[in-house]
Design a protein around this ligand. Sequence first.
Ligand code: ATP
Length: 345
Amino acid sequence: MSGLAINDITKNFGDFAAVDNVNLSVPHGTFVCLLGPSGCGKTTLLRMIAGLEEPTGGAIILDGENITSLPTHKRNLGMVFQSLALFPHLSVGDNIAYALRIRGRAKEEQRKRVEELLALIHLPGFADRPVAKLSGGQRQRVAIARALALSPKLFLLDEPLSALDAKLREDMQVELRQLQQRLGITTIVVTHDQREAMTMADLVVVMGKGKILQAAPPIEIYRKPADAFVADFIGITNLLPIEADSAGRATVLGTAVPGLALPAGMNKASLSIRPEDVSITAPRDGALTGTVSFVRDLGGTIETFVDVGGTTIIAVATPRERPNVSVGQSVGVVLPPESCVVLKQ
Ligand code: ATP
C-alpha cells in the first residue's frame, strides 16, 4: 500500500504501556490528527513514526518499506514541533535551506527551492529577513517551509499551533490544511484540540490510555462516536443514562421515550444527543419535562440549559429558531430518536 501502515505498535516505559498494540492504516495523501487527552500516548506514537523513540514491538511501514529500525534522517520525513526550533541567528532563507545546505546541494538549487517554498507559504521576498523579526504566524510558516525543503514523503507535526493566540491559530489551521491539500503529502498532526482536528483532518484518530478508541473521518466521529468517552471528547454532547424499565421500554432519566430502544442484551447504556439536535417545546409536547436553568445568548447561537430531575440538558438554536423561554419556566425537551446514539458506558 502507498502510505503509512502502523502494525501492532507498542511502547513500554518499564511496565507501563504508553502505546498499546496500535494498528493504523493511512493511505497516501491523508491528513491525520492524533487526538486525545494529555498522557494518552499521541506524542509517543508520533515519535516512533519519526524514529525518535524505539518501539517495544510492532512495525512501521512507509510506502511498502519497513522503516521501524531506520534512523530518523533516512526516513524521508519533515517535522515541526511546538517549539519550532528555528535558528534565531539565521535569515528566513537560510533556515528554510538548512537541510539542503547540509546535504551539499548547489547554491542555485537552494535559492530556487527557498523561493518556491516562500511562495507556497505566502511569504515571497522574505528570504533575507532575520527570523527574530517575524510574527508568530510567520515563524510558524517558516518552520513548515523548512520541514518541507527536501520534499518529504511524510509530514509530522506535534502541537504545531499551540503557541499561537486563538484567532491566528484558527487561520493557521485552515492554511495548513490548504497547503497539505495542494501538496498531497501524507501528514500526521498531534493535537489535543478537537476543533483543530475537525478543521484539518481527513482521519481523526482518538486515543485513550495508549489505545485507539476510534479512527474515522471527523463528521463520522461526531455523528457516530464509538463510545461515551469519544462522544464527550469530540464537541459538546448531552450524555444521558438510558435504561430498560420492567416492561422492556427504553427510559431516559426515568421517563419512557417512544422511538428509542436499547440494543439487544443491554438494559443500561448512555444516550448521546448533540445540543443542536435537542429542541425546546411546550411541556406536554416534549419527551421529557424540565425547568430552564440558564440561557446563554452568544449572538450566533443560543444555548438553553434545562434541568431535568437534577440533570442538565443543553439545547442549541440559531437566533431564527430561538425558543421563547426564560429561566424558571417549565418546558418540554424533544429528543428526536433519529439523532440519539446509544453507546456502551
Ligand atoms: P500530552 O498531550 O500531554 O503531550 P501525550 O498524549 O502526547 O500527552 P505522551 O507524551 O505520548 O502523551 O505520553 C504517554 C505516557 O507515557 C504518559 O503517561 C507519559 O508520562 C509517559 N511517558 C512518555 N515518555 C516517557 C519516558 N521517556 N519515560 C517514561 N514515561 C514516559
